[in-house]
Design a binder for this molecule. Structure first.
Ligand code: ADP
Length: 723
């Protein structure tokens, strides 16, 4: 300060500032020797002014002054006695006086230390909080979380009691978790009286307010009398209460007061620091989160449990279904095996042909009968297996089966034994849903033996009949001559006997003729002489032939004349009509009428279908012959490419009628509804069988309809000739 001329006041002022400044001020010469320093500087460097003057400033510093730090503050560490250090901020004023610099230090050791302490504290807090949060989060079980929270808070805050108080929906509540030092009474499970936890408190807590009361007995605590009593009872001197708010899906407001996290100090009052309050607050928040997660978890567990139950159910259902399927498959395999065994054991050819006409299955008999192994047939086309010629013969039946109609036909075949065998073949269509045809089953049986027997029977009948006919004819003639009386008159008794003999002979002749007729027609030995025939003429002829018989029986014959023309053998059709009319007369009561009429076939489809299938519906001994519309088309003149129409003849009577169950069988040989018929009415039981053979020989169909007591109507169809 030497040489400076100042006013005395200013000088005093500057001296006072210099002396009392809290900042350390030192003046240095060019070589950094201390020239002058104020008391604060002495204090900072820890020595008296005397000891410091003349010393190098560097002796007191841990680093050197940055001479560039002019007018700027910088930090520097100062040496202290006993190895201690201080931290100061300094600023340098260069050439503040000629050849002198000014250094101003400010001691910031305390503030740095405070900062460090605060940082440390903060760090500690974060660590503690992280530790507790981790512990809470490590568990998914709410009771465990709550217990951890109270124990940890008690440990960290060194509180005498920490508890979690749950608020129930009716406003009451009780401590459900507690960590309490052994010296103090546990409060767990004690329901707080209403006045201890009134509604306005609840309101405040719901808003998230914390209550920290250092001394519950201090007048400024403002606690109600009853509350103070309660505090006394539970030795509470100081308390910190933090709300636990739960974010629920169910709460429309988003958060509701689930409970309270409470710390009690029982030994002495306690000031709750900000840190402690914050810690409690953050833990309460964590509990709130845990509660929310717990609720989610509960829901999730519910969903998982439900889903698991469903899955279990599904699995067990699937397992049951699988078991069922396996069982069904085993049963199927078993039954397939059985079927295969049966199919292989049967003396019948059994095969399955798909809609592409490929063999899909065939039984063992194919191998033994035809010498065809399964490999030679499986998946092969019918033409490949049987050859072109044979395939041509059977293809029409295959086509019929693939149209959905059952068809039966016969054919002769040379089997592996080198002999010709007669086979009866039936194709049964395999229909699946929506009536789609998947293929057909082919069943062939060897009917050679049956055929041979039939042939023998027919031959026998033929021979016997022929042998009978000649003597019978002469017996009949002789009887007729005797009856004339030209050879002498007979007694009354003798005439009666002669009449019986004549009638019976006539019957026998009739029978023999019928047998021969039937045998001839069946054997196909006769040629039908088909031609255009007027229906009217046919009916007139039949009526003429039966006129006498009708008169004898008192029956009226009538017919509706019309001009339809059929393609038929006149004699055979007249024979058919005569036969039917004779039956009608026989079975009609006197004075009734027998009607004949002919009309165009109304339901042609039915007839065509029935005609095609009549071969299998017939149960006659005689193997049925198949007549198809296509054959007729070829037989009828000028009919190519035209569909065939039919004329239906009908003979109707008012007689005794025919039971429903006999309507089919009466067309078989020697079948009569009543066995006494032949005795009472005469007849052989062959008439209708002959009629059927004749009608079917024309490609038509014959059937009867009857209501008992309502009479019967016999119908037959013949192809119409349209000119
Ligand atoms: P039959 O020579 O015995 O008449 P058919 O073959 O002509 O032989 O007839 C067979 C049987 O059918 C008859 O014995 C009779 O029982 C029954 N029948 C045929 N036509 C009629 C009819 N119009 N009314 C009642 N029954 C009849």
């Amino acid at each position: 300060m030497a040489g400076a001329k100042k006013s005395p006041t200013k000088k005093l002022f500057l001296e006072a500032v210099y002396k009392h400044s809290s900042e350390a001020i030192a003046i240095l010469d060019r070589q950094d020797h201390i020239v002058e320093l104020n008391p604060a500087a002495c204090k900072l460097f820890g020595a008296t002014k005397k000891k410091l003057i003349g010393k190098l400033i560097g002796d007191f510093l841990l680093s050197s002054i940055d001479s560039q730090q002019v007018q700027k503050r910088a930090k520097i560490q100062l040496k202290q006695p006993q190895g201690k250090t201080k931290v100061a901020e300094y600023s340098l004023v260069k050439d503040f006086l000629p050849h002198h610099n000014l250094l101003v230090f400010r001691d910031i050791t305390d503030s740095i230390q405070q900062e460090a302490t605060e940082l440390n504290l903060h760090h500690q807090r974060v660590e503690l909080f992280a530790e507790v949060t981790l512990k809470i989060r490590q568990s998914l079980q709410l009771p465990e979380i709550l217990q951890t929270a109270v124990s940890e808070v008690q440990r960290i805050l060194q509180a005498d009691r920490v508890l979690i108080y749950q608020v129930f929906s009716n406003g009451t509540g009780m401590p459900i978790k507690e960590a309490v030092l052994p010296d103090f009474k546990p409060i767990l499970g004690v329901e707080f009286p209403e006045e201890v936890f009134p509604a306005d408190y609840r309101q405040l807590y719901t808003q998230g307010r914390i209550r920290a009361i250092a001394n519950v007995h201090a007048p400024d605590a403002g606690l109600a009398e009853c509350l103070i009593e309660f505090m006394k009872e539970w030795q509470i001197k100081s308390k910190l209460v933090v709300p636990i708010l739960q974010n629920t899906k169910s709460s429309s407001k988003g958060e509701h007061l689930w409970g309270l996290l409470i710390a009690h100090q029982c030994q002495a009052p306690r000031e709750w620091t900000e840190f402690e309050q914050e810690l409690m607050q953050q833990l309460a928040d964590q509990i709130g989160i845990a509660l929310f997660q717990g609720e989610l978890l509960e829901n999730l567990e519910g969903i998982v449990a439900e889903r698991t139950a469903k899955l279990r159910q599904e699995i067990s259902e699937r397992q049951a279904a699988l078991r069922e399927r396996t069982k069904a498959e085993t049963a199927l395999r078993h039954s397939e095996e059985q079927l295969r065994l049966i199919a292989n054991g049967l003396p019948v050819l059994i095969a399955y042909v798909d809609c592409q006409q490929h063999y899909r299955f065939n039984n063992q008999a194919y191998q033994t009968w035809l010498g065809l192994s399964p490999e030679e047939m499986s998946d092969r086309h019918l033409a490949q297996v049987h050859g072109k010629d044979e395939y041509q013969q059977i293809s029409q039946y295959v086509a019929t089966a693939l149209k959905g109609e059952t068809v039966t036909y016969e054919r002769d075949l040379v089997l592996q034994d080198g002999c010709v065998h007669s086979l009866s073949v039936t194709y049964i269509p395999h229909l699946q849903s929506q009536n789609t045809i998947q293929g057909f089953f082919a069943l062939s049986s060897d009917i050679s033996d049956r055929k041979a027997i039939e042939r023998m029977k027919d031959e026998f009948l033929s021979v016997v009949s022929h042998e009978l006919r000649t003597p019978l004819t002469s017996i009949h003639s002789s009887l007729k001559i005797l009856a004339t009386g030209k050879l002498g008159s007979l007694s009354h008794q003798g005439k009666r006997m002669l009449k019986i003999a004549d009638e019976q002979t006539e019957r026998l002749v009739h029978l023999v003729n019928n047998v021969l007729d039937l045998q001839r027609i069946q054997s196909g030995k006769i040629n039908m002489n088909k031609q255009a025939c007027q229906t009217k003429e046919l009916m007139v002829e039949a009526v003429q032939a039966m006129k006498n018989l009708a008169q004898e029986q008192g029956i009226q014959l009538s017919f509706k004349p019309n001009d339809l023309i059929v393609w038929a053998d006149r004699d055979y059709i007249v024979q058919t009509l005569t036969n039917l009319v004779s039956n009608a007369i026989k079975f009609s009561p006197p004075k009734s009428t027998v009607m004949l009429f002919a009309s165009p076939q109304k339901n042609r489809d039915r007839v065509l279908k029935d005609t095609a299938s009549c071969s299998i519906s017939s149960s006659g001994e005689t193997p049925p012959t198949l007549f198809r519309a296509s054959h007729l088309a070829e037989a009828l003149p000028h009919r190519q490419n035209q569909s065939i129409s039919y004329i239906t003849f009908a003979v109707q009577d008012r007689g005794q009628g025919i039971p429903q169950d006999r309507l089919e069988t009466i067309f078989e040989r020697f079948q009569q509804v009543d066995s006494s018929d032949s005795r009472k009415k005469g007849g052989t039981g062959l008439g209708l069988a002959i009629c059927r053979q004749i009608v079917e020989g024309h490609g038509g169909q014959i059937w009867a309809e009857s209501g008992l007591e309502n009479g019967s109507t016999f119908y037959f169809t013949l192809p119409e000739l349209i000119q």
